[in-house]
Design a protein around this ligand. Structure first.
Ligand SMILES: Nc1ncnc2c1ncn2[C@@H]1O[C@H](COP(=O)(O)OP(=O)(O)O)[C@@H](O)[C@H]1O
Ligand SMILES: [Mg+2]
Length: 358
């Protein structure tokens, strides 16, 4: 079912937590709301669920305006970070509870529970109690309980953040697979950009209650709308250098790069990702730098390079090199940057300055 948010706004007293968020989530889509803590993600989700009143704007599910509709009549299931299971009920009883509340007859309920349990691979554990389960299994019970009644919309608020790193990666794959199988329209909230990039069909990036960009993970990563999105998405984060645009060049201490075009923006920020840089011998690149630090990550080496070290405006640029790369601290090197990897932002408001080549 399609979910439409139309200028959805939430005010708490004089504070506006969400500013006129407009967004259409297509039937079967996995949409991720991504942003730092406090940017309004949970507030937006709770409004869709009907747990929070709407200050302005409207919510539609399918053709139906649900802005004023009680939560239980919205046909939505929500999974939270802290998924409370009933400790004295078995896995089967936990999963079947929403159906029991709806007075679904026992045989139908048993069948639905078994079917869902199979989908999330809990069918061998139906007689256990929550205390006899691992964290990941408990989380799967919570998911099963949410999907057992086939909601038209699935809302999830950081459902994996209580799990350890390894389990989180595993559950991420499970979730993605399950959402694909069920085809239920899903809105998923997270502050974790890796989670957003790996799960979403499309990502909506929020900051300070405002939508920054809406796009596929590829668009968000490769074509960020502004400085905030560019810096928030990607690991390691995009490196930034403060400088100026002067007749088709970006100039900063240690850097002088042709970027083409003629812009009226003067104070600018250059952004570049680690994989679009190379450490090359001094004199062979366009940016003078020294090796500040390096880390062998496993399949690659991350080299932190300092530019403009002898000025009062030094910057660090992360460079991704082969795992065999070795460098000395303080080595004088150059950084080569792929022209297609250069991003320029207006220092005033962080907006993207489109380069003629891009
Ligand atoms: N009931 C409330 N009363 C007042 N302020 C609130 C309330 N709920 C949330 N806020 C504020 O709204 C902002 C967004 O909160 P929230 O949606 O929980 O952020 P997120 O989920 O992105 O971390 C925060 O600044 C938070 O303090
Ligand atoms: Mg939250």
């Amino acid at each position: 079912m399609r979910v439409t948010l139309d200028r959805l706004t939430k005010r708490f007293g004089t504070f506006t937590a969400l500013h006129a968020l407009s967004l259409t989530i297509e039937p079967g889509e996995f949409l991720v709301l991504l942003g730092p803590s406090g940017c309004g993600k949970t507030t937006a989700l709770r409004m869709v669920a009907g747990l929070e009143t709407v200050s302005e704007g409207a919510i539609q599910i399918g053709e139906r305006d649900v802005t004023e509709v009680l939560p239980k009549y919205r046909d939505i299931a929500m999974v939270f970070q802290s998924y409370a299971l009933y400790p004295h009920k078995t896995v089967a009883e936990n999963i079947g509870y929403p159906l029991k509340l709806r007075r679904v007859p026992d045989p139908d309920r048993d069948q639905a529970v078994r079917q869902v349990a199979e989908q999330v691979r809990l069918d061998q554990l139906l007689d256990r109690y929550p205390r006899q389960l691992s964290g990941g299994q408990r989380q799967r019970v919570a998911l099963a309980r949410a999907i057992v009644r086939r909601p038209t919309v699935f809302l999830m608020d950081e459902p994996l953040s209580n799990l350890d790193a390894k389990l989180r990666v595993h559950m991420r794959a499970e979730l993605k697979h399950m959402q694909h199988e069920l085809g239920i329209t899903t809105v998923y909230v997270t502050h974790d950009q890796v989670e957003a990039m790996t799960l979403a069909h499309r990502v909506a990036v929020l900051n300070n209650g405002r939508l920054q960009q809406l796009g596929t993970p590829r668009e968000i990563y490769g074509d960020p709308a502004n400085l905030f999105v560019a810096g928030f998405v990607g690991s390691p984060p995009m490196s930034f250098v403060d400088g100026a645009l002067q007749s088709g060049r970006f100039v900063a201490p240690g850097a002088d790069l042709a970027v083409g075009g003629s812009f009226d923006v003067r104070d600018a920020v250059l952004g570049i990702r680690a994989e679009d840089c190379q450490v090359v011998p001094r004199g062979a690149g366009k940016v003078r730098a020294t090796v500040y630090s390096h880390e062998l990550i496993g399949d690659h080496t991350l080299v932190m390079c300092q530019i403009g070290a002898d000025s009062d405006a030094s910057h660090t640029i992360a460079v991704k090199m082969d795992k065999a790369f070795e460098a000395e601290f303080g080595a004088e090197i150059d950084i080569d940057m792929a022209p297609a990897g250069l991003f320029i932002f207006d220092k005033k408001d962080g907006s993207r300055v489109r380069l003629p080549s891009a």
